[in-house]
Design a protein around this ligand. Structure first.
Ligand code: ADP
Ligand code: MG
Length: 252
């Protein structure tokens, strides 16, 4: 397994507050790696340091063989970072926004092919502000791919979306992984992590407290004697909802 990101003893202090307390982990090329944890655990801080957007206090980070301390500019060229959706000019249409990004990255891309991949081809001439929440998220994921990155970073990409839009985004993220791009994602939806992530690191109060595949973590818990307090049903309310309303999009 090729290690594409290596983080060793990463620490981040904000003043006297220790937000990240010496974490170490590797991300393998071609996997979907999840950073899970409650609000304030240090997930975004960790991502933004690897993305070269935030300074670390100490520790060593290697991204695709490049030392973050020595080659941040080279790292920027091989990663795709999802902007907060508020970062887009609302009055530009999708093609114009892609052109703008191409200019920023000094690269070219097949805009229609990119929009087709995220199922927004028929919205190409629509303004950004005219799109639904799910469409905006799909578009922002598309923009992470403009510079043909080896790794993309998604910070809570499905927060606030309805169940159909979330499922659609999972499929999109898996497609991106299957085409060979490594994905690092944060979420606090555990069903999402279980469906989507090849491995997860669970963070709490600035530390990694578990790192495994979701399957292995669940098996280990069961092996330790854990049982759910009440008999579980073979479906949940979300299954009921999807069964009643279908998997099709409602936003288009
Ligand atoms: P998460 O993404 O897991 O919710 P963050 O990385 O955003 O967590 O934040 C981790 C901790 O660091 C939180 O307690 C947060 O309040 C604090 N923090 C984040 N950014 C700053 C900052 N710029 N200045 C001071 N404290 C910060
Ligand atoms: Mg965060």
């Amino acid at each position: 397994m090729e290690t594409i990101i290596s983080v060793k003893d990463l620490k981040k202090n904000y003043g006297k507050f220790e937000a990240v307390k010496g974490i170490s982990f590797d991300v393998y090329a071609g996997e979907i790696f999840g950073l899970l944890g409650p609000n304030g655990a240090g997930k975004s801080t960790t991502l933004e340091i690897i993305e070269t957007l935030r300074d670390k206090t100490s520790g060593k980070i290697i991204v695709d063989g490049l030392d973050l301390d020595k080659s941040p500019e080279k790292i920027k060229k091989i990663i795709g970072v999802q902007l907060q959706t508020s970062g887009f000019y609302p009055g530009l249409n999708l093609l114009e926004l892609i052109d703008l990004f191409c200019g920023l990255y000094n690269t070219k891309t097949d805009s229609m092919q990119l929009l087709e991949m995220v199922n927004l081809k028929d919205k190409a001439k629509n303004k950004y502000k005219e799109m639904s929440g799910g469409q905006k998220q799909r578009f922002s994921i598309a923009t992470t791919l403009i510079n043909h990155p080896r790794i993309i970073f998604l910070d809570e990409p499905t927060t606030g979306l309805d169940p159909q839009a979330r499922r659609n985004l999972w499929e999109l993220i898996k497609t991106i992984r299957d085409k060979g791009t490594t994905v690092i994602i944060t979420t606090h939806y555990m069903d999402e992590a279980e469906q989507l992530c090849d491995r997860v690191a669970i963070m709490d109060e600035g530390k990694i407290i578990a790192l495994q595949s979701p399957d292995k973590l669940i098996d280990d818990l069961v092996a330790s004697g854990f049982e759910r307090p009440k008999v579980t049903k073979s479906a949940n309310l979300e299954d009921v909802f999807i069964n009643l309303t279908g998997k099709d999009f409602r936003e288009d």
